[in-house]
Write a protein that binds this ligand. Structure first.
Ligand code: ZN
Length: 374
């Protein structure tokens, strides 16, 4: 084995590479130059075209042991925004905190896993790293999974290094995520003068009837691991500037966060049926941004929890809260759990990770590798 990698120095090197999504080039050069001396075979490829691409992805594999642990993550970041104390690309340490866009989401975790891998040569390890998680994710993890399928690479377990901790490192692990679907309802009418309503057709009462029924829908009561699914009306739009005009169209927008009792496409159909009942001819369109998934608590979450307790003394809560993540794609491959740094500063100005947390996370990941592959 070559010399162990310092997770702090590697995080700094990754932070100094500006990698606003979609990321390509330098940030992957940094990662590759850390992985190759550790014996990883590194496969980098660029896919897609504007506007969602091109995107660079990296697949690194080492070993041929019977058990295969994959680590998934991203090295792209959201734009830094204005108002940082220093440069968002400085990677500087002040008072025990390492600053930079991507420090917790999630270059720090990527560096911690590489450092953990440098202390071990057990089993088969892989890194599934995309340059497009923060953007549309069209050519990111999905493209990596196609690459893995083409090469016959199938992990037994996948750890996603998203920042799942909240108040203390180790306090939360994600074992699933809710799904998300956005739906638009357009109710057509016939424009006319309010004094002559018989010559017009007002779409607003029909839209109100649709939304009134939607407000009575109970999708489910929640499950052992998920809160109840929820439909939220997020916008009603008529855009009528006049007092004396019956409008030609009325629209509404909904957002549904749902648990693993539902599929996004079924929910769109459900809303379409309600709209059709009150307003024949209404147009309902939907976009599923992620399906729900759950990795039932079991061997993987147990070994991860044990590694966390061992390093921090904190027993993590197993949770399915929050938005979607690329784990929704990876869950089709194998059991997936997510664990990483404290998410308090992610996407904010002055994003920072405690140096002590980076070192502890490296210890936890090293322990996960040992327990999963040992
Ligand atoms: Zn992230």
């Amino acid at each position: 084995m070559s010399a162990p990698i310092d997770p702090v120095a590697l995080t700094q090197a990754l932070l100094r590479a500006d990698s606003v999504t979609p990321a390509r080039g330098t940030v992957f050069d940094v990662l590759e130059s850390a992985l190759v001396p550790l014996g990883f075979a590194v496969d980098r490829f660029v896919v897609g075209e504007a506007p969602d691409g091109p995107v660079e992805n990296l697949l690194a594999v080492r070993g041929n042991g019977p058990r295969h642990l994959a680590f998934a993550g991203h090295v792209d970041v959201v734009p830094p925004g204005e108002g940082w104390t220093g440069s968002p690309w400085s990677g500087e340490v002040r008072d025990g905190l390492l600053y930079g866009r991507g420090a917790v989401d999630m270059k720090g975790a990527v560096a911690a896993f590489v450092a953990a891998a440098s202390r071990s040569d057990a089993g088969t390890l892989s890194l599934i790293i995309t340059g497009d998680e923060e953007g549309p994710a069209t050519y990111g993890t999905v493209a990596l999974m196609e690459r893995m399928a083409a090469r016959g690479i199938v992990p037994d377990l996948c750890l996603v290094g998203e920042p799942t901790s909240t108040a203390r490192l180790g306090d939360m692990v994600k074992i699933g995520r809710r799904g998300s679907v956005n739906i638009w309802i357009d109710v057509p009418g016939r424009q006319g003068h309010v004094a002559y309503p018989h010559l017009a057709d007002n779409p607003i009462p029909r839209l109100i009837a649709i939304l009134a029924e939607i407000e009575t829908v109970v999708l489910d009561e929640g499950t052992d691991w998920f809160q109840p699914s929820n439909i939220e009306v997020t916008d009603i739009a008529v855009g009528n500037p006049a007092h004396n005009v019956i409008p030609a169209k009325a629209s509404a927008r909904l957002s549904i966060r749902f648990n693993d009792q539902h599929r996004g496409t079924d929910l769109i159909e459900h809303i379409r049926a309600i709209a059709e009942r009150h307003a024949p001819g209404a147009v309902v369109t939907g976009k599923v941004s992620g399906e729900a998934f759950l990795t039932e608590p079991g061997a993987f979450s147990t070994l991860l929890s044990a590694a966390i307790v061992g390093a921090t003394g904190v027993a993590p809560e197993l949770s399915t809260t929050g938005g979607t993540s690329d784990a929704r794609f990876l869950s089709k491959l194998c059991p997936v759990v997510e664990f990483g740094l404290i998410n308090a500063t992610m996407h904010k100005v002055d994003e920072a990770v405690a140096v002590a947390d980076l070192l502890t996370l490296t210890d936890i990941y090293e322990n996960v590798i040992a327990r999963a592959l040992g």
